[in-house]
Design a protein around this ligand. Structure first.
Ligand SMILES: Nc1nc2c(ncn2[C@@H]2O[C@H](COP(=O)(O)OP(=O)(O)OP(=O)(O)O)[C@@H](O)[C@H]2O)c(=O)[nH]1
Ligand SMILES: [Mg+2]
Length: 288
């Protein structure tokens, strides 16, 4: 008697699939593909420094030595945002020459998430940074002019995500008569020239820089690099465009380590034009 093994294999595969154990391989029907993934339990944990065009720069500790690894990400997390500040599990893939390549397998639960939507009606969330305890909201005295609505929105997002906000006033040299554009009750306001005070606030924290394009986020980062407050590569900066909108000079976010501090980072982000709060349900609270 000839037994049609393929029939039985397919039959049991379908049964297993119904039980939720495996997913049938639709391309090659005879061999079911397992849904179970290898455990990520023993994989090293890294800190995401930069995320741009599907490539992630991740810092891991290897025998007490910091290693920068360029990573892709596993297909099972392809729909999730991975941002600077994220802690991730990575598997080391290849060691081509001196460059080590890895793959992000898992994003560890985040303590905080600073996020926005494109507008208030939209619920599609864009994560700006993860695990930040505090945010520096940069406002220029002019060029670009302050936008109170924008600042209020970021403050609302910080409140929602339990992130402590600070207001950093930049370009104080351009407008000495700068008047506070909004009621900043209880929120600390610091000039971007007060580097010593800024340095104190950055200790033992992850801080994200937020602001319109051209307010001087990257300029302040560069100044802190010059003063030895943080370590890393200088950021590109550029003139603000004439219409005041500002070109977006920084195109991706980048984390910088506060010097001699293990868990202290600052994250420079690209300028943001619109800060939607589609994830806050209380619509009345949203309108400023
Ligand atoms: N006069 C003056 N110019 C400043 C100051 N801070 C920054 N600028 C200038 O403002 C322009 C924009 O600065 P950036 O640091 O590139 O601004 P950014 O916020 O990083 O902009 P994006 O990367 O596009 O979001 C540059 O030409 C800086 O030299 C300041 O305190 N005073
Ligand atoms: Mg910038």
């Amino acid at each position: 008697m000839v037994i049609n093994t393929e029939f039985y294999e397919n039959h049991f595969a379908r049964q297993e699939e119904r039980n939720g154990n495996i997913r049938a391989n639709t391309k090659h029907t005879s061999k079911p593909r397992t849904k179970r993934r290898p455990s990520t339990k023993n994989l090293p944990i890294g800190f995401v420094l930069n995320a741009a065009r599907g490539r992630y720069q991740v810092l891991i500790k290897n025998n007490q030595i910091d290693q920068n690894i360029i990573c892709s990400r596993a297909s099972e997390i392809r729909n999730l945002d991975i941002v600077p500040g994220d802690l991730v599990k990575i598997s080391i893939k290849t060691q081509a020459g001196t460059e080590i390549l890895g793959q992000i397998k898992e994003i560890l639960p985040r303590k905080t998430v600073l996020k926005r939507t494109t507008d208030d009606k939209n619920t599609f969330e864009k994560i700006i940074a993860a695990n930040c305890q505090q945010a520096f909201i940069l406002i220029a005295t002019k060029n670009p002019d302050p936008q109170p609505d924008f600042v209020n929105r970021v403050l609302k997002a910080c409140e929602f995500s339990k992130i402590k906000p600070y207001i950093i006033i930049t370009k104080t040299d351009l407008n000495e008569n700068f008047i506070k554009p909004i009621d900043l009750n209880k929120i600390k306001i610091i000039k971007s020239t007060e580097i010593e005070e800024i340095k104190q606030i950055l200790q033992n924290k992850i801080t994200v820089f937020i602001g319109l394009s051209g307010v001087g986020k990257s300029t302040l980062i560069n100044k802190m690099l010059d003063f030895g407050v943080i370590t890393g590569e200088k950021r590109e900066t550029n003139e603000v465009s004439i219409n005041g909108d500002g070109r977006h000079t920084s195109t991706s976010s980048q984390a910088f380590q506060v010097k001699n501090m293990e868990n202290s980072w600052v994250i420079d982000t690209p300028g943001i034009r619109s800060f939607g709060l589609g994830y806050i349900e209380d619509r009345e609270n949203k309108a400023f």
